[in-house]
Design a protein around this ligand. Structure first.
Ligand code: CP
Ligand code: NVA
Length: 305
């Protein structure tokens, strides 16, 4: 068991330096090549990851669980339905107890503050596997995917089309670290949080419409119109976002070499047309696969620090 008293957490991309972000991408691509060559590297043999999911997941759960297994370790799935956390045991107590038993803890929850409270009382590294505010693990995979196809993203132009949500916030943080520019097209009232956007104002801006954001872009990204926890707003949001679909007309305004990404799950016919997500410029399946490789690199960095 890991007994460090000052663990290194990954609650936001800003917990990394730009160099560390790029090193993680290099390591993720190495781990990918190793796995594709049929070799294993048991760098986390005997280590355990606890995974707390208070929201649904397909990619995050499977990539962390398979990743730990491939590195020789073990992962435990913990749902609030079956643990005392779901019956009101304080977050702080849960953190103190779990972190005496495992080497790393991954959490997907609602309020970002709850993740921060958990991390403040954990003896082992805590990973943000999505909160209402941020989804940094997804950006490790997205940036790995971009670098693998186009090289370094520094100086490139990215367009975010849609909700100013946890994914948008994480793109803003990535733009700060990796030095790309980000045009954000979102309906009024759905802008990213000022506390996230303001420190990135030199390279991230809100533009009036999707066409302006997409013009000349090297990468176009979108996400669902209603995130987990916002299901009751679905109808209202569908109206507000009706002109924010990434379709072939929008892609045609971008750089001819532009790529399309979406963290998934996607809704064809809403935020993205079937032609785009299933088309030649879309990298969504590799983007999803890279969750596995990028998080293995992250787990090594945090656990073996
Ligand atoms: N992109 C993503 O985090 O997917 P899941 O919700 O399936 O984990
Ligand atoms: N913004 C989405 C991302 C899902 C991976 C959500 O929070 O539901």
């Amino acid at each position: 068991m890991n007994s460090r008293k000052t663990p290194r957490h990954f609650l936001s991309l800003l917990d990394l330096s730009a160099d560390e972000f790029r090193q993680l991408i290099v390591r993720a691509s190495e781990l990918k090549a190793t796995l594709h060559a049929g070799r294993t590297q048991e760098t986390l043999k005997g280590r355990t990851l606890a995974m707390i999911f208070e929201k649904s997941s397909t990619r995050t759960r499977v990539s962390f669980e398979a990743g730990m297994s491939q590195l020789g370790g073990h992962a435990l799935f913990l749902s609030p339905r079956d643990t005392q956390l779901g019956r009101g045991e304080p977050i702080e107590d849960s953190a103190r107890v779990l972190s005496r038993m495992v080497d790393c803890i991954m959490i997907r929850t609602f309020a970002h503050e709850n993740l921060e409270r958990f991390a403040a009382h954990s003896q082992v590294p805590v990973i943000n596997a999505l909160t209402d505010l941020l989804h940094p693990c997804q950006l490790l995979a997205d940036m790995q995917t971009y670098f693998e196809h186009r090289g370094d993203i520094a100086g490139k132009q990215v367009a975010w089309i849609g909700d100013g949500n946890n994914m948008c916030h994480s793109y803003i943080n990535a733009a700060r670290l990796l030095n790309f520019s980000l045009n954000i097209a979102c309906p009024e009232g759905y802008e990213p949080a000022a506390k996230i956007l303001q420190p990135a104002a030199d390279r991230c801006r809100i533009v009036s419409d999707p066409a302006t954001a997409a013009a000349g872009a090297d990468l176009i990204v979108t996400d669902v119109w209603a995130s987990m926890g916002q299901e009751q707003e679905q109808l209202k949001r569908a109206k507000a976002f009706a002109n924010y679909q990434v379709n072939e007309q929008l892609m045609a305004l971008a750089n001819p070499n532009a790529l399309f990404m979406h963290c998934l799950p996607a809704h064809r016919g809403e935020e993205v047309s079937a032609e785009v997500i299933d088309g030649a410029q879309s990298l969504v399946w590799e983007e999803a696969e890279n969750r596995l490789h990028a998080q293995k690199a992250l787990l090594e960095m945090l656990i073996l620090q």
